[in-house]
Design a protein around this ligand. Structure first.
Ligand SMILES: [Zn+2]
Length: 345
């Protein structure tokens, strides 16, 4: 009798086929489960006579192996389903690699500038991007209603419907004011940060950009110190042999003021499109801190003097990487950004 049952179930198992995970699970429960057919048959087997056991035992074991083999072979071929994600996968294969990120070109240039001035003992100072009129203009010698304020188109922030004196800072010079107000000379610091101007966005202008300013205030600081410091900076950043020249200029917060040019990094002075065939490229503005600014910040201008300089990080990066469109810096286009992957991380 038991032999008949085994024969019948053997036929059923041989005929069984499915690609459905649920049907396969039902198969497993029906034959191989803890209350399944094989368990029942083994229970019945215990009751048969010793003579029968000898012949049936082998048949029964083969039957059990057949059911297990059928189940495993169907399971190996079954399509991947929700809770069976690893079925049929080779778990020994290596996973997908994680692509290494890259630093933003502006962050790279900022760090390079900071590193150079760190060697000269300059520390980094930071301040708020939303400023009041005093720190952004008045303390820096921009008189009320003076046309100098028109030099920078400012984003003013309205307070209670009225245009107050709160604005997005137009330069990081506001951090110089805060630093001088809060401490005592000597000061030797760099102020890197984001600044805002109300400009139409184009390849050559943006409504925000990044500056690094520097300030050095102590007794007997002269224009010669300014020139030597910036000369050292340029040799470090663009390589030895880069020439510099100073042109007289005007800023409300420095007197005398100058703009500094370097020999063109592309044509080395011979003349090219970048330098408009002049051989020179302007990279920063600088000058001796106006005594009025020192006094505004509570510093005795008879005892102390200082120099300040400021540059746009985008401009330095443009010259370094030959980037022609300012908008690329803020568009987060991976095709642009990943080109800087070779730089140190
Ligand atoms: Zn050139």
């Amino acid at each position: 009798m038991l032999q008949d049952q085994i024969t019948q179930y053997t036929q059923e198992i041989n005929a069984f086929s499915t690609e459905n995970a649920e049907e396969l699970e039902q198969f497993r429960i029906r034959f191989l489960g803890t209350k399944g057919i094989i368990k029942d048959i083994f229970d019945e087997f215990k009751a048969v006579s010793p003579e029968e056991k000898r012949t049936l035992g082998k048949v029964l074991n083969e039957f059990k192996q057949l059911a297990e083999a059928k189940y495993l072979s169907l399971k190996a071929n079954e399509p991947v389903t929700g809770d069976q994600k690893t079925a049929g996968m080779d778990l020994t294969l290596p996973g997908n690699g994680i692509e290494l990120g890259a630093r933003h070109p502006l962050a790279l240039v900022r760090r390079e500038i900071v590193d150079i001035f760190n060697k000269l003992g300059f520390i980094v100072a930071e301040g708020p991007e939303i400023e009041d009129d005093w720190h952004n203009f008045s303390a820096l010698n921009f008189p009320e209603e003076h046309p100098a304020r028109d030099m920078q188109d400012t984003f003013f922030i309205r307070k209670g419907g009225e245009s107050g004196d709160i604005a997005l800072r137009t330069h990081t010079s506001s951090v110089q004011v805060r630093m001088m107000e809060a401490g005592k000379p000597p000061f030797r610091a760099l102020m890197p940060g984001r600044v805002y101007r109300n400009e139409a966005i184009s390849a050559r202008a943006h409504c925000f950009f990044h500056q690094v300013e520097g300030l050095y205030v102590d007794e007997n600081v002269s224009f010669a110190d300014l020139k030597q410091t910036l000369f050292y900076f340029v040799q470090e950043l663009y390589g030895e042999g880069t020439k510099v020249r100073f042109r007289p200029s005007y800023f409300p917060f420095t007197e005398p003021s100058a703009e500094m040019d370097i020999s063109c990094t592309i044509c080395k002075g011979a003349g090219c499109q970048l330098c408009k065939y002049s051989g020179w490229v302007e990279i920063l503005g600088c000058g001796m801190v106006d005594p009025n600014v020192l006094e505004n910040c509570g510093i005795d201008s008879k005892k102390y003097s200082g120099f300040a300089f400021g540059m746009g990080i985008e401009r330095i990066a443009n010259l370094k990487f030959e980037i022609r469109d300012l908008r690329l810096f803020s568009e987060n286009d991976a095709r642009f950004l990943k080109q800087f992957k070779t730089s140190l991380i």
